[in-house]
Design a protein around this ligand. Structure first.
Ligand SMILES: Nc1nc2c(ncn2[C@@H]2O[C@H](COP(=O)(O)OP(=O)(O)OP(=O)(O)O)[C@@H](O)[C@H]2O)c(=O)[nH]1
Ligand SMILES: [Mg+2]
Length: 302
């Protein structure tokens, strides 16, 4: 990423990649969406929602912050998808200009944070530590760092849901970026195609409507994104599950559940594109997708 930057033009505009790092459920996607003022990354109450890095581009008069929202870093390395997720995190840390480590203030500093801090220090990256979910704890509570690797540039508190503290976060990040002209036009918000974002909103609806296990073995493949009609976007997507029993749960009695998922996802997509959407969902058994690296990549999760 940073290798491709053209030389600084002599102005004091700053631009660079900022990796948003932390354990699952720390509030990474919420914070990025809040600063962008647009729901780009899906957010759910369940851990391990984000599956691959998503670029969120925030351009102001003085800086362009290219946020890289990453999947939560976790220790459990048994599944191929989890490996792919952790690789995506390390890759983002290696390529960023600034690393931001998110710490859920209600949980505090954990081993995973120490790992991230060490990685960023090994890669020589300036680091900012952010205590998130400040609304859940006492006002004077902040992250306490154990002695160890390099000191961060700043330790700040933020609430991603209300936006309290985000201005300070933005300022601290911008100050840490290298001088550079912007890399993207100011109206570009992400590098992800809208059809992929639409698939994510289907995945979010499944996360929200179905139990604990199923969302983790499910994927969404958008097979049609048709904008040829002037007043309506037609989207067909497959919801991929591993087993017949899961298919029955997703479809629901007489198709009731998949209908509910469709209604919820459609609303999200209509908000995203600010237009009408016709969404058709199919539930397919694809026992191999979770075990096949190429397929994981095809689905856009790496
Ligand atoms: N109370 C409170 N809840 C928050 C805040 N920020 C995020 N959350 C909630 O925490 C949960 C996880 O938020 P996400 O933004 O999806 O967290 P994440 O770090 O992206 O999680 P993964 O993608 O799973 O790694 C959601 O239910 C959010 O609504 C906050 O500032 N305050
Ligand atoms: Mg996330």
């Amino acid at each position: 990423m940073s290798e491709s930057r053209p030389p600084a033009a002599g102005s004091d505009f700053r631009a660079g990649f900022v990796a948003i790092l932390g354990p699952p459920n720390a509030g990474k996607s919420t914070l990025m969406n809040r600063i962008l003022g647009q729901k780009l990354a899906i957010v759910t109450a369940k851990p391990q929602t984000t599956r691959s890095h998503i670029l969120g581009i925030h351009t102001t008069d003085t800086a362009q912050i290219m946020f890289v929202d990453t999947p939560g870093l976790h220790d459990e390395n048994t599944k191929l998808l989890n490996n792919a997720l952790n690789e995506a995190v390390i890759d983002a840390a290696r390529k960023c200009d600034v690393g931001v480590i998110l710490v859920d203030l209600s949980k505090g500093w954990q081993d995973v944070h120490e790992d991230l801090r060490n990685k960023l220090s090994e890669f020589g990256k300036p680091t900012i530590v952010l205590g998130t979910k400040s609304d859940l704890v006492a006002e004077d509570k902040n992250v306490v760092l154990p002695p160890g690797a390099a000191e961060p540039l700043a330790i700040l508190r933020v609430c991603g849901t209300s936006g309290v503290g985000t201005a300070e976060v933005e300022a601290a990040i911008a100050a840490a970026l290298p001088e550079s002209p912007p890399l993207y036009d100011e109206d570009v918000l992400t590098d992800r195609p809208v059809r992929w974002l639409a698939g994510e909103l289907v995945r979010e609806a499944v996360f929200e409507l179905l139990g604990q296990e199923l969302p983790y073995s499910m994927a969404v493949d958008v097979i049609k994104y048709d904008e040829s009609s002037s007043d309506l976007v037609r989207i067909d997507a497959n919801i991929l599950v591993m087993r017949d029993s899961q298919k029955r749960i997703v479809v629901g009695k007489g198709g009731a559940m998949v209908k509910k998922i469709g209604i919820r996802a459609r609303k999200g997509i209509e908000q995203l594109i600010d237009g009408r959407v016709h969404l058709k969902l199919f539930v397919k058994i694809d026992p191999k997708w979770l075990k096949n690296a190429k397929r994981i990549e095809e689905l856009g999760y790496h």
